[in-house]
Structures are given as structure tokens and as C-alpha cells.
Design a protein around this ligand. Structure first.
Ligand code: XIL
Length: 461
């Protein structure tokens, strides 16, 4: 190790240790996934939104994970909402956080049929113009973060379930060659980044993964600069494919790196001890697959806390798909990952038990000289339905509610009380209700730190 690397390593260790000290929600003896993974020559990463780099979410992300993926902030629609006008704010925040915490970054993603800006999705362009638009975008984005990205998802979700190429705007107008052109542009602008193609439902052998395998063979034969294949791995409990390891290995045998890039393992809500135990076995099995394939570089979970996961929004009635619960307590799944990575400590009983019956997300959506608008989401994290609700909080800085929607909000002194509207009175297990209000503030607009729902304390995200 050179002196420079040694200094860098000890600086990083200091940062990691400092951050562990802040991450109080976990059990004191809880293992550190990034250290366990590093000891095995792998990384363990998470997706994160730029809005969640602070507080408990930020401190657990820094302490436990050594790779980050921007959940949305590096997608085309985020970075170039207007043609030729770039907004790197969120992407830069994630890059800076990763650098400060000694984390790699997976760049996600350059060319994808989804989350494109409207001007691109709805615009009409000649074929040559579209090809130039695409390669310019790839060049601009990879050049901006040149030398700082570990892996780029150059092309995302190019396949249909039957293994044919998806009829995206790019494929429809440019044919298969759009893929090679995107990779060439990325390599030219950032020669150090490992360039990946990434997809879902390709974890098992089968039609879709065969289509991907054939494409990668063709690209390699043409000398296209592709380095790796990403397997998203959005799974359902009890359904880790038996062919997962063999599938990763056949891609690795083509001379490519592989990575598990968006792991989550969802269940039908509510959670039960049996489902959480199955989920533990599944996270352990997936982690073991990566360990068993020498060219598997690491695993990224698509969000590490049930408080911040895309699953409940996209798969109605399902959720609890990550290794931490909504209150940032490690779930059995977390210990499953740690055990796969060689940890054999005492988890202190593993199941964090009931998560409370509610989790509250409070966000100031806009703020002006003396007023503000806030939105509140109340999630039922218990196993029983809620039939009606009263949410209470106290204002830390003299704020006052002036008008509300989707709930009736009253205030007495610093105590605010929100009662459901009739249309959102019932919250099924795993479901949520939202309401909003306008208020006044003076001096500072600090968020409330604690909420109770029907008299029981909620967790806050
Ligand atoms: C998801 C994000 O998690 C959501 O916040 C967003 O609304 C939609 O996209 N495959 C991918 C990811 O490659 O970019 C997706 O992320 C999840 C599926």
C-alpha cells in the first residue's frame, strides 16, 4: 500500500467510525455490512435519494454501505429537464456525500426508456438527430463525473420479457446499434468507469436472460466496450431463482463483471415473523450468490429502510422489502446479509418486534417570508387496519397552522391536532394517508420531531 493510499484508508476509517457513533438506532453490537463485504472483496451498496442524506437515513447509509446509487437524480429526466439545460444539484449532492464517506458510486442511468424528459419522450427527431442527442447526453453526463464513477449503467432495461429488444424510442428509430453507440460514447468520455448493461427479471436463466446473454456476446464480438452486466433483482420472498448463481456465472464466463444492482425482496403486507424469516433466508441466499461468483463485484439494495422504498407505491399491498424497518431497526434480513458475509455475532433476538403502528413523513414543500406549505404522510405499519385517526404533534418553533386539506387541523398553544377527513379515515395495514396544510413561521421553521397517532408514538422518516 502506498503512503497515499494508507492515509486515504485511515481517513476513510475515521469517517466511518465517526458515523457509526451517530447511527444509534441499531443494536450496539450490530455488524457493519460495508466492512464485512470489504473483507470478502465485495462492496455492499444502497440506492439513496438526494433528499435523504441527512438525519438517521444519512448516518445509517454512511455507516453501513460503501457504494451508493442515486435513486432518481442521475436519470435523464432529472439532469436535463429542458433540452440543453442541465441540473446536477441532486446528483452532485450524492457524489459529494459518497466522497466524504469513502463510498463508490454506481452511475444510474444513461439510456433508458423510462423517466426521460418530456422534450425527449414527446419530441419528434430524425434518426441522425436522435442518435446525436443520445450520444451527446451520454458524453456530457459521463464527462461531468469522469474518474469518480465506479460503474455506469449505460443502458437500462433494454429487453422485453421474451428476450427481444424493447421497442423504446431508441430501438424503434435506431435499431440495436443504439446500444453499441451509447457504450462507445461512455468509454470515450470516462475510460475509468466500468460500463454495464442493467435489467430486471434476468436473474434466472430463461428467455429474457438468454436474450441479454446473446446481445452481450454480439457486443463483445464487435469489440463494443462493455465491462459488466447488472442484475436488478427485484424479488418476492420465497422466490430466489435456483438458477441465479449459474446464470451470473455464465455471464462472468464471457469475460464480464456482474453485479446485483437493485436488490429488494417484497412481501404481501402485513409482515409476520414467518415472512420476515423467509426474507432473511432470501437476502442471505442472494448475498451468497454474489460471494460464490468471483466476478460479482458487489450487491446494491434498492433502499435500505422500509421507510424509504419504492415498493409500496408501485406494488399495492406489498412492501417491507428492505433490510431495515421503518424505524431504522435492523430486520432479520439485515442479519441474513451479515451472516452470509461471515458475521457470527449475537443479534440480540433479531426481530425488532412491532415497529409501532405508524410512521410519519413530514415535509415542508414550500416556504416564503412568513408562511409555508407542508405535507404529511401517515403510514400504518401495524398489522391491523386503522378505522379513523388523530395525529398530534407539538411545534418546536412557534409555528401555527392556518388552513389544511385532507384533514381537519386545529391548534392549541404549540399543540397541533389533525383529524382524518372522511375519505382517508380508513388506513389498511401497510397503507397510508396524506394531508397538507399552510402555516405561519417566524425565526426558524424546524420540523416537529415527534408525532402520535391515536395516542401511540410514531416513527419518523
Ligand atoms: C425507481 C425509483 O426507485 C422510484 O423512486 C421512481 O419513481 C421510479 O424508479 N428499475 C430501475 C430503477 O432501474 O431506476 C427504478 O427506480 C426501479 C426499477
Amino acid at each position: 500500500m502506498t503512503a497515499r493510499t494508507a492515509a486515504a484508508v485511515s481517513a476513510l476509517t475515521a469517517v466511518a467510525v465517526a458515523v457509526v457513533g451517530l447511527a444509534s438506532p441499531a443494536h450496539a453490537a450490530d455488524p457493519v455490512l460495508r466492512d464485512l463485504a470489504a473483507a470478502k472483496g465485495k462492496y455492499y451498496g444502497t440506492a439513496i435519494p438526494a433528499g435523504r442524506l441527512t438525519g438517521t437515513h444519512g448516518s445509517v447509509a454512511a455507516a453501513q454501505f460503501d457504494s451508493l446509487t442515486a435513486e432518481n437524480e442521475m436519470k435523464w429526466g432529472s439532469v436535463e429537464p429542458t433540452r440543453g439545460s442541465f441540473n446536477w444539484t441532486g446528483a452532485d449532492q450524492i457524489m459529494n456525500f459518497a466522497a466524504a464517506n469513502g463510498q463508490k458510486v454506481r452511475g444510474h442511468t444513461l439510456v433508458w426508456h423510462s423517466q426521460m424528459p418530456n422534450w425527449l419522450a414527446n419530441g419528434s427527431f430524425g434518426n441522425d438527430e436522435l442518435r446525436t442527442i443520445m450520444t451527446d447526453h451520454v458524453t456530457t453526463q459521463t464527462a461531468r463525473y469522469k474518474g469518480r464513477i465506479d460503474q455506469w449503467d449505460v443502458v437500462n432495461e433494454a429487453f422485453n420479457e421474451d428476450g427481444t429488444l424493447r421497442a423504446s424510442k431508441f430501438y424503434t428509430q435506431l435499431g440495436e446499434s443504439y446500444i453499441a453507440d451509447a457504450f462507445r460514447a461512455a468509454r470515450a468520455a470516462d475510460p475509468a468507469a466500468k460500463l454495464y448493461i442493467n435489467d430486471y427479471n434476468t436473474d434466472a436463466t430463461g428467455a429474457k436472460s438468454n436474450g441479454l446473454y446473446s446481445l452481450v456476446q454480439r457486443l463483445k464480438a464487435q469489440g463494443v466496450p462493455i465491462d459488466g452486466v447488472g442484475f436488478q433483482t427485484h424479488l418476492i420472498i420465497g422466490q430466489v431463482p435456483s438458477t441465479f448463481q449459474a446464470n451470473l456465472q455464465r455471464f462472468a464466463d464471457l469475460g464480464l463483471d456482474v453485479a446485483i444492482t437493485e436488490l429488494d425482496i417484497r412481501m404481501t403486507l402485513p409482515t409476520t415473523d414467518a415472512k420476515l424469516a423467509q426474507q432473511k433466508a432470501d437476502f442471505k441466499a442472494v448475498t451468497n450468490v454474489c460471494l460464490a461468483v468471483a466476478r460479482c463485484k458487489g450487491v446494491t439494495v434498492w433502499g435500505f429502510s422500509d421507510a424509504v422504498s419504492w415498493v409500496p407505491d408501485v406494488f399495492p399491498g406489498q412492501g417491507a422489502a428492505t433490510p431495515y424497518n421503518e424505524g431504522y431497526q435492523p430486520k432479520p434480513a439485515y442479519y441474513g446479509i451479515a451472516e452470509a458475509l461471515g458475521w457470527s455475532g449475537d443479534s440480540g433476538g433479531e426481530n425488532p418486534g412491532p415497529t409501532g403502528t405508524c410512521a410519519v413523513t413530514y415535509a415542508v414543500q414550500s416556504q416564503w417570508s412568513s408562511g409555508f406549505t407542508a405535507g404529511v404522510t401517515v403510514r400504518n405499519t401495524g398489522s391491523a387496519p386503522i378505522n379513523s385517526w388523530t395525529l398530534k404533534w407539538s411545534w418546536p418553533a412557534g409555528q401555527s397552522v392556518t388552513s389544511a386539506w385532507n384533514a381537519t387541523v386545529t391548534q392549541s398553544g404549540t399543540q397541533a391536532t389533525a383529524v382524518n377527513a372522511s375519505h382517508n379515515a380508513a388506513i389498511p395495514a401497510g397503507g397510508s394517508a396524506t394531508f397538507g396544510f399552510n402555516g405561519t413561521w417566524n425565526g426558524s421553521n424546524t420540523a416537529p420531531s415527534a408525532f402520535t397517532l391515536n395516542g401511540t408514538a410514531c416513527t419518523t422518516a
